[in-house]
Design a protein around this ligand. Structure first.
Ligand code: SF4
Length: 393
């Protein structure tokens, strides 16, 4: 068994260690990979019986460890791995990783020490992978990285080639080219640098999905400064207003941290005022978790656990009302839905506003012939705080 791990927050470390323990109990032959493997000896100290431990992005090392246990039999079929590779996601959507690492140093985060500075993948390679996936039947690409808007900064937006055509290694150019594939393209982890404004007309024109996942993390300038967040000086509310003017269907998904060291009741209320004013569609909120090695741990003013949790609850109650009201406005509309699961009578799918696994879904009745991986036109008939209900047309 190969266990892929996360070494970010304490809860993820615990979960990873537990998964390794379970794998050892079940099977006994376990290779550990992923970020936790790069964090000192913690895996070996906790589970000395694991066969090998590697860090992230270590396919070769993992395969070497696998073949030490299971010598590779001669099998010509292994040469027949399809050009789109082998994925763990369902056939109809795929993650497209455009870069690795991050040049920022947010004080609560240790990703740069685990993954290093930003390294952008060549744009030709990324587009080729996307094209192969589209040809293999993928209907939705989820563009991911640690800092999607910074794509190409490390290589000075070098010009690459796709199908013989020159294209700069830059997010707007990448999004425009991906938009030509005729499938859904959804952008995640987009920091609101000024050039993000260039993406909104592409969304309004239907080239890429009108969806922006922006980790705002807070609204108080003081806290954002202590977090050393990138692009925190921008006037976010004004920009959201302008984005919605250009693209009224824009869905904003955002994450926030409450209870960061030094966060006062008034900082927290500023955050509540912000979400009220911004009327964000989808929101995740985490109570601050001190991560070993993060510089924020040295900041004074640690917020007690109970206060953090209370603030998280208050935040979620406020956001739930906003989310429910925004979903109510969709009742009566006809929307395109990508079906994730279907049987004879019912189906579950997602609109452009819903990324898989993290956002809501549409529960569809009278599903008829609907099949997973296909698009359907659905009339929205109901909504709760997170999900929609609808009928296939
Ligand atoms: S932008 Fe900040 S939070 Fe995101 S990966 Fe980089 S350092 Fe971590």
């Amino acid at each position: 068994m190969v266990v892929n791990t996360c070494g970010f927050i304490d809860a993820a470390v615990e979960e990873s260690l537990e998964a390794i323990g379970e794998a050892l109990e079940e099977n006994g032959k376990v290779i550990v990979t992923g970020c936790l493997g790069a964090k000192g000896d913690i895996v070996r100290e906790t589970h000395p019986k694991v066969l090998a431990v590697t860090g992230p992005h270590a396919t070769e090392e993992v395969m070497r460890a696998v073949h030490e246990q299971l010598p590779q039999p001669h099998d010509p079929r292994v040469d027949l791995i399809p050009p789109q590779g082998i994925r763990l996601t369902p056939r109809h959507y795929a993650y497209l990783k455009i870069s690795e690492g991050c040049n920022h140093r947010c004080t609560f985060c240790i990703i740069p020490s685990l993954r290093g500075d930003l390294v952008s993948r060549p744009i030709g390679e990324v587009l080729q992978e996307a094209e192969n996936l589209a040809k293999a039947g993928v209907k939705e690409l989820l563009v991911v990285s640690q800092d999607t808007s910074a794509y190409g900064v490390d290589i000075k937006y070098r010009t690459g080639f796709w199908g013989g055509r020159p294209i700069r290694t830059r997010l707007a150019e990448l999004a425009r080219a991906l938009g030509e594939l005729g499938i859904w393209v959804r952008l995640h982890y987009v920091y609101p640098y000024p050039h993000v404004d260039e993406l909104i007309p592409l969304m309004a024109a239907g080239k890429i999905l009108p969806y922006l996942d922006i980790p705002f993390q807070h609204a108080s300038k003081r806290i954002l400064k202590a977090m050393k967040r990138p692009a925190n000086a921008e006037n976010v509310l004004e920009r959201i207003r302008r984005w919605r003017e250009v693209c009224p269907d824009l869905t904003l998904r955002n994450t926030f941290i409450v209870g960061f060291p030094g966060e006062t009741e008034s900082d927290f209320e500023e955050l509540l005022d912000f979400i009220e004013e911004a009327q964000l569609d989808r929101v995740g909120c985490f109570a601050y978790s001190p991560i070993e090695g993060a510089t924020a741990n040295e900041l004074s003013g640690a917020v007690p656990e109970a206060v953090k949790e209370k603030r998280r609850e208050r935040f979620m109650v406020a956001q739930e009302k906003i989310s429910a009201a925004r979903l109510q406005r969709k009742i009566g509309r006809e929307l395109d839905v990508l079906i994730d699961e279907a049987n004879e009578t019912a189906a579950i799918g997602r609109t452009s506003a819903d990324a898989p696994e993290i956002d809501g879904v549409v529960h569809i009745t009278h599903a008829g012939e609907l099949k997973a991986g296909e698009f359907a036109r659905v009339r929205i008939t109901g909504a709760d705080a997170h999900d929609l209900q609808g009928t296939a047309i």
